[in-house]
Each structure stands twice: as structure tokens, then as C-alpha cells.
Design a binder for this molecule. Structure first.
Ligand code: C2O
Ligand code: CU
Ligand code: CU
Length: 570
């Protein structure tokens, strides 16, 4: 044990002496039409080693998409992997069918083509896979990227916004590598820090006001960001938009999935070197990254205590301050925007979501966590929410570890953290909030603009291991009954019979649309059969070559894709 510790200590020490690597800055894509190729590839994180990765138009991570509020954009997502996956636009307010959650499969060698209107405020968002039980694998291998939205409010402010010159993306991740420098998925040895996929990164930054868009894209780790020497920085935006005014900070906690935009004034510091740190020694216990991940004696995760990042202060990356640019931003605006939270009294419904471990006692942290005592089931709608409802959600964490709670579709205002008002940097629009162990967080939000009779939105823990293990639920936003959509009519006029069946299933099409294809998926999203050029009024599918269980039929008719659940009993 002692020897192992020593070896790790030496490894850590030599690593910090190694030459630093210039921070990679992801390419950008602008405009209204985008093509993203998700590829299975390799990337060099360590000289002399080629590491198996996934990437998006690149060998690791993907391009930064720059979108303008109000634009209609069209995206081709080409899945060139051997696996079915999905791509979710984290933080974007889009219809459930464009959201890319676990129901919106992209089978191998196919293209998913969402068209959406950019409705969000200027801020930093991201995209990542969301295949149920595969999210951690696909995201950790690298199939993710940033989205920057611009709007007129943000553009009117004198802020740094020249990408790669005074406005920098920082995608922060901790990873675990084996001896051959292959990525290990889902263990607690995530002791390698990387930013934008660069290990031991440094970045030349001009001696003026710089903007950093920080995303915590780690699987589980929380960070307590701060600058060497406790240099003060200003947080200007949270997940879903600008804060009312810059918030001066020396520490910024970001849990997985959260983003923050900060301004750092390096004016007059030309020639200096400053580390971006995580002061994890200051974390309270009971969060991933603190000295002890769980609350209560003996609660740990295998490998956790030998990971030297846990509970210590460490360097995330380094800034080398160089000469200012020709037209530097040298001051920080005092007012940014006006956030107007929905008044508490306007809430039409309240929901209470309680987080518990599935196994009590010392192994609690090694087992799945539950929301309201249930685990995610693709076929169960946990909530139906009428369109335009304003709701207060109370998140009660009765488990021994903090969980970053994320909801799709909406942004929310935090109204309470453990009975108190949120700190100023959490008073803006958010889509992820860390719920500390044994505490309660409340937020208010409105479910507006999109409703769908069939496709749900997700809410889940953004620790990807927890999410994959079922710490997720889904809700439908239901349409006013007077609006019966074309889709609803289609869903009601295509029937499957008998269901359950013990040999074959008959699909009866009473609609005026022609059925173009029928695909059969497992509940894990694997496409196991694909019937093309159909169109008869009655189609029979023989199930006898499948194993018994529940399947999803994806029926393409007209310009719609509808889903039917079928049960095969053999
Ligand atoms: Cu960033 Cu449902 O996810
Ligand atoms: Cu999301
Ligand atoms: Cu969790």
C-alpha cells in the first residue's frame, strides 16, 4: 500500500515537471447549417501513444458551434460509429424531438437531421451523446463540443468576444488512463486533468480583460476553481444567460454539466504566469472531489482515496500572460442584463423529487441512486406537465453525496438552497444545480413553447455514471387538448395487434400516409431489424427470431416518425 502510494506520488511529481502543452482551441462552425460527423478514431494525448477516442469532425471533442438567437438552423448529425447514439443539445430550448435525448436514436451509418430555431439567450451550452446506459462511454471517449449563442443584449456590451484571442473555451475534464494510455471508463482513478483535451495545458493570454467559458465536462468530478494568488475574477454568465451584474469571486464551484463565463483582468501583468487551480481541499465532505466522497463513516468508492486529486489543491491549467491585443477590452461593465424570475406566487404546481441511494450502508456510493424511489424506465412517463405550467420543484437529497441535477427543455431560477437564498452567481438562469448531500434545493421554471404527445424530456443527475445507472426520469409537456396534431392523428390511426404477441405483430395503417419503413429497436436503442419500402395497409412482422421482451417499433410515415411499444412473449 505504502509503495503504491509512493509510486503514484512520484508519477504525479514527474508529471508536473513535464513540459506544458499548448492548449488546443476547438475549431468553430458558424452559420445556419452544420454537418457533424461522430467518428470512432484515435487521438494523441501523450506523445508516443495513440488513444482510442470518439470525436466530432475531429479526433477528440468537436467544433464549437456559434449560433445567433433567432436563427433557424439545420444540423446533419452523421453517426459513423458502430454503436447507436444520440446527440443532445444541452441547455437548448427545443422541441423534444429535436432535443436528442435517449428516445431520439441515431443508428449506425444514419443521419439525424434536426431543424430548430435558436431561442436561448447568449451563453455557453454544449452537445453530447445521451444514449441510455451509454452516455458516459460515448461522452468520455470524446463525442462532445461547445455551443456559443450570441444575442443582441450580450452584443451591446463591451465584453471580450474574439474567440481564441480574448474569449476562450475551457472544457475541463478529469480522466483515467491505463498503462497504454487508453481511457478507462467509469472508475475513480480519474487523476489526469485535461482542458479541451490537452493534458498539462498552458495558454498565452493577453494582458487585458479575458473571457473564459468554463464547462465542467467531467464524468463525476466537482471543481472549486480559483486563480493562483487568489486573483479576483468576475462571473458574468451562468448556464442559461448573463447574470444581472458581474459577481466578483475568488472561488467558483462547478459540478458536472455546469457552465460559467468569467472575466479575468490580466492588465499590467505581461510576463507573469498564473495557474487556474481547483482548491478541492476546501470542499466540504460528501461531494465527488472532496477528501471524502460520502457523508458518514467509511463511505467511499473503490480507488477514490488513492486518487491524489481528491481533497487536494491542484493545477487545472496555466495562463502565460503576453502583450495585449491591438484593441483590448480593459474594463468590466457594471450592469449586464435584467433577470426576472417568475414570482413564487405564480406557480401552478409543485413537485417534490427525493434522491436516495438504492442500497443503504457503507456501499451506498457504489450502487445506483434513485429519484422518488424509481430508476429510469424508457417506457414510463414520470410526469405529464401541461404546456405553459409554472412549477416549483423541490429537490431533496436524502443520500450521502451531492448530485448535480439537470433538466432538459427549460432553464430555471434557484429560489432556495437549504432554506436560504442562492448566492448571487446562482441567481441567473440555470439548467444544472448541485444538490448537496442531505440538503434541499428549490427552483421555479415555466414549461413553455413545446408540447408533444409522445416524446418526453429528461431530468437526471449529471454525474454520468449515476445517469447511466438510472438516476433519471422523464416528463411529457402535454398540449392543450384542442390542438390535435397531425402526428397524434397518425399515432391513433396506426395500430399494432396483437400486443403482446407470441409470434407476429400486425401493423394496420388507417391513415392516409404511406408507411416508408419500420425499424425494431431494443429498449437500449439497438436497431435489430429494418424493413424498407413498405406501404401496404397491413404489414406483418415475424417476431420469432427475436428473444422475448419489449421492443420499440419506429414507424416512418409521411414526414413523421412514430413509436409503438410491442411485447413479444416466446
Ligand atoms: Cu447534458 Cu441530459 O444532459
Ligand atoms: Cu441536457
Ligand atoms: Cu448523482
Amino acid at each position: 500500500m505504502k509503495k503504491l502510494f509512493l509510486l503514484i506520488a512520484i508519477g504525479f511529481w514527474t508529471n508536473s515537471l513535464q513540459a506544458q502543452n499548448l492548449l488546443a482551441i476547438p475549431d468553430t462552425m458558424n452559420g445556419t447549417s452544420f454537418s457533424l460527423d461522430i467518428i470512432d478514431t484515435s487521438h494523441v494525448f501523450y506523445p508516443g501513444f495513440s488513444t482510442h477516442t470518439f470525436g466530432v469532425n475531429a479526433s477528440y471533442l468537436g467544433p464549437t458551434l456559434i449560433l445567433n438567437k433567432g436563427d433557424s438552423v439545420n444540423i446533419m448529425v452523421n453517426n459513423r460509429l458502430m454503436d447507436t447514439t444520440t446527440i443532445h443539445w444541452h441547455g437548448l430550448h427545443v422541441s423534444p424531438q429535436n432535443d436528442g435525448g435517449p428516445h431520439i436514436f441515431i443508428p449506425p451509418s444514419t443521419t439525424w437531421n434536426p431543424s430548430l430555431v435558436v431561442r436561448n439567450n447568449a451563453a455557453t451550452y454544449w452537445y453530447h451523446p445521451h444514449m441510455h446506459m451509454m452516455t458516459n462511454l460515448h461522452a468520455t471517449l470524446g463525442a462532445a463540443g461547445l455551443i456559443i449563442i450570441r444575442d443582441s443584449v450580450e452584443s451591446a456590451l463591451n465584453l471580450p468576444r474574439t474567440y481564441g484571442e480574448d474569449d476562450f473555451p475551457l472544457v475541463v475534464q478529469s480522466k483515467s488512463f491505463d498503462a497504454n494510455k487508453e481511457i478507462i471508463i467509469g472508475d475513480a482513478y480519474d487523476s489526469t486533468m485535461m482542458v479541451n483535451g490537452t493534458v498539462n495545458a498552458y495558454l498565452p493570454v493577453p494582458a487585458q480583460v479575458n473571457r473564459f467559458r468554463i464547462l465542467n465536462a467531467s464524468t463525476e468530478r466537482n471543481y472549486n476553481f480559483g486563480l493562483q494568488g487568489n486573483l479576483v475574477f468576475q462571473q458574468i454568465a451562468s448556464d442559461g444567460g448573463l447574470l444581472d451584474a458581474p459577481v466578483p469571486l475568488t472561488r467558483l464551484v462547478l459540478s458536472p454539466g455546469e457552465r460559467a463565463e468569467i472575466l479575468v483582468d490580466f492588465s499590467g501583468m505581461n510576463g507573469q504566469s498564473i495557474d487556474l487551480m481547483s482548491f478541492a481541499s476546501e470542499f466540504p465532505v460528501a461531494m465527488y472531489g472532496s477528501v471524502q466522497p460520502g457523508m458518514g463513516a467509511g463511505l467511499t468508492i473503490p480507488g477514490y482515496t488513492s486518487n491524489m486529486l481528491n481533497g487536494s489543491d491542484f493545477k487545472v491549467m496555466n495562463f502565460q500572460i503576453v502583450a495585449p491585443t491591438p484593441n483590448p477590452v480593459t474594463s468590466i461593465p457594471s450592469v449586464l442584463t435584467t433577470n426576472t424570475p417568475w414570482p413564487i406566487g405564480s406557480a401552478m404546481a409543485t413537485k417534490t423529487l427525493t434522491i436516495t441511494p438504492s442500497v443503504m450502508g457503507p456501499t451506498a456510493l457504489q450502487n445506483p441512486f434513485l429519484i422518488n424511489n424509481t430508476s429510469y424506465d424508457m417506457m414510463v412517463m414520470n410526469y405529464s406537465i401541461p404546456l405553459d405550467n409554472i412549477e416549483i420543484w423541490t429537490l431533496t437529497n436524502s443520500s450521502p453525496i451531492a448530485h448535480p441535477f439537470h433538466i432538459h427543455n427549460v432553464h430555471f431560477y434557484v429560489t432556495e438552497i437549504n432554506g436560504a437564498a442562492p448566492p448571487p452567481n446562482k441567481q441567473g438562469l440555470k439548467d444544472v444545480i448541485l444538490v448537496p448531500a442531505q440538503q434541499t434545493v428549490k427552483f421555479i421554471t415555466k414549461f413553455e413553447d413545446f408540447c408533444d404527445p409522445m416524446y418526453p424530456y429528461m431530468y437526471h443527475c449529471h454525474m454520468l455514471t449515476h445517469e447511466d445507472d438510472g438516476m433519471m426520469g422523464q416528463f411529457l409537456v402535454t398540449c392543450p387538448t384542442t390542438e390535435i396534431s397531425e402526428r397524434d392523428i397518425l399515432i391513433n390511426s396506426i395500430s399494432t395487434f396483437p400486443n403482446p404477441s407470441n409470434d407476429r405483430i400486425q401493423i394496420k395503417n388507417n391513415s392516409h400516409e404511406k408507411i416508408k419503413s419500420i425499424k425494431v429497436y431494443t429498449l437500449q436503442g439497438k436497431c435489430i431489424a429494418n424493413y424498407q419500402s413498405l406501404g401496404n395497409v397491413e404489414i406483418n412482422i415475424d417476431l420469432t427470431s427475436f428473444s422475448g421482451g419489449t421492443y420499440l417499433l419506429e414507424i416512418e410515415a409521411g414526414k413523421h416518425r412514430i413509436h409503438k411499444k410491442i411485447n413479444y412473449i416466446n
